[in-house]
Design a protein around this ligand. Structure first.
Ligand code: DQQ
Length: 466
């Protein structure tokens, strides 16, 4: 990377400092997260030529603690004339007989390919007989055929491939293999209905979670998870929800680590215009690593991994603050664009309450993290988050679905253009904001329609990871 680009990236006030992103240029889906020899490896969809989606490669990074990452050489690049000549699309990484192995989608057409590493993942050799799955199952009219996700079951490998049946709905197609080379189609693991979950399921993830199985799919919209029962051939969903209530988080991928945690990252899309992305020299990042678990009542749980606490710096604590409607400066002079905030708020008789972040002193810019009591809806109102007219400024959010809520704990991470919120360890909500003013840093609590109460609020300044 040349010095001019390096300087530009270092100066960019929107570029996050403690979320994972590539050294420069474009990134989308997380690919093939895997723990290997005690370290976490992350791969990602990457265009090394610029901040736009084209010419997909797999970027690669490694971490000891899930927090600090070291960039490694690009793992996979398209081979001219090969089945991946038009791009190395998403996939997974597994260890087969001790050999790190990647399954990915080559385009065009969409086919599944294998690459292996014999030097501890520094370089990758494509299987000369690629593709290992050359076409969708015969007789199926599919809307796509990509993004293999593999796991070990007994003495064989299973893989689901993201797909959809024309006129029916998104689908995850199930295969098995003993060697990652020869694959047998077993049938659809699960088929959705177009009107409920879209016509194409990108990036399926399928894994046991507590006593259930979970299937996560990316249907060109908010990422859906299903919890249900798996009989070894088919998955029967019983409940469903959203992995993130916002519109930034997409195409997640996950691993099971040696502490038994199911850890997931998603791609956080930009809300800036395409020209702004290209001009800035970077686009896209990953969410914080999120641990998924089941609550005792069977609901999906989501929380940031505890390792992130190493980034905590200066701490402030507030307790027992009444939030009267219209009051401001409840958290004093609290300011920042790299903060972790854990605020537990009792709704009282407020109809809506929450936190204001990235507020300019004259309120010309601000983003509002709000919970609407009657609608049970968690949202981030970014309509006034930027004076830059090329930025998409809107309200994002969805039903949180908590009944009889007595306290809401908002666990918020501000990292420059990212607002990432975890609510009662039951939902996540992410938004992108691009304030133009250097003083759009204020933080406050608010209530509407009645008074709420901040029971406690802990705030830390966060350090960067590079
Ligand atoms: N991104 C990849 C595809 C996947 C999509 C291409 C999801 O493999 O379906 O960059 O964002």
């Amino acid at each position: 990377m040349d010095q001019a680009l390096r300087d530009k990236l270092a100066r960019d006030p929107h570029r996050p400092r403690y979320h994972f992103l590539p050294p420069a240029h474009w990134m989308n889906d997380p690919n093939g997260p895997i723990q290997y020899r005690g370290e976490y490896h992350l791969f990602y969809q990457h265009n090394p030529d610029g901040a736009y989606h084209a010419n997909m490669h797999w970027g690669h990074a490694v971490s000891r603690d899930l927090v600090h990452w070291r960039h490694l050489p690009i793992a996979l690049a398209p081979t001219p004339g090969g089945p991946d000549k038009d791009g190395i699309w998403s996939g997974c990484a597994v260890l087969h007989e001790g050999v790190p192995s990647i399954l990915y989608t080559g385009v065009h057409p969409q086919v599944q390919c294998l690459a292996r590493s014999y030097d501890d993942m520094l370089t990758w050799q494509k299987y000369p007989g690629n593709p290992v799955i050359a076409a969708p199952p015969q007789g199926l009219r599919v809307t796509g055929f990509r993004d293999p996700f593999a796991w070990r079951e007994g003495d064989e490998w299973r893989v689901v491939i993201g797909s959809g049946l024309e006129g029916v709905g998104g689908a995850a197609l199930l295969y098995r293999s003993r060697d990652l080379i020869h694959w047998e189609y077993l049938g659809p693991l699960c088929i959705g209905k177009i009107e409920e979950s879209g016509k194409m399921w990108e990036c399926p993830n399928f894994f046991p979670l507590g006593a259930k199985h979970a299937l996560a799919v990316s249907p060109y919209g908010k990422v859906i998870y299903f919890l249900g029962e798996y009989d070894g051939r088919t998955f029967r969903p019983e409940t469903r929800g959203l992995l993130d209530l916002g519109e930034s988080f997409y195409a997640p991928n996950c691993l099971l680590d040696n502490k038994g945690r199911r850890i997931m990252w998603g791609w956080l899309k930009e809300a800036r215009g395409k020209e702004a992305q290209i001009a800035s020299g970077w686009s896209g990042l990953h969410s914080l690593p999120r641990e998924l678990f089941l609550h005792p009542d069977g609901a999906l749980g989501v929380r940031p991994v505890t390792e992130l606490q190493v980034l905590r710096g200066t701490h402030r604590h507030f307790a027992d603050l009444a939030i009267a409607p219209g009051a401001s400066y409840l958290l004093g002079d609290l300011r920042g664009d790299m903060l972790e905030i854990i605020a537990t708020i009792a709704p009282g008789d407020a109809t809506e309450f929450g936190l204001v972040v990235r507020r300019a002193p004259d309120e010309s810019e601000q983003a509002i993290i709000a919970y609407g009591v009657a609608e049970r809806r968690l949202s981030i109102n970014g309509e006034h988050s930027s004076l830059d007219e090329t930025v998409t400024c809107k309200v994002v959010g969805d039903i949180l679905g908590l009944t009889g809520l007595k306290e809401l704990t908002l666990h918020v991470f501000l990292d420059r253009s990212v607002i990432e919120v975890y609510a009662n360890e039951r939902a996540a909500l992410t938004a992108r904001v691009y304030p133009t003013r250097a003083d759009s840093l204020g933080v406050d609590a608010f209530a509407v329609g009645g008074s709420a109460r901040v029971l406690s609020c802990d705030v830390w300044e966060m350090q960067g990871i590079w």
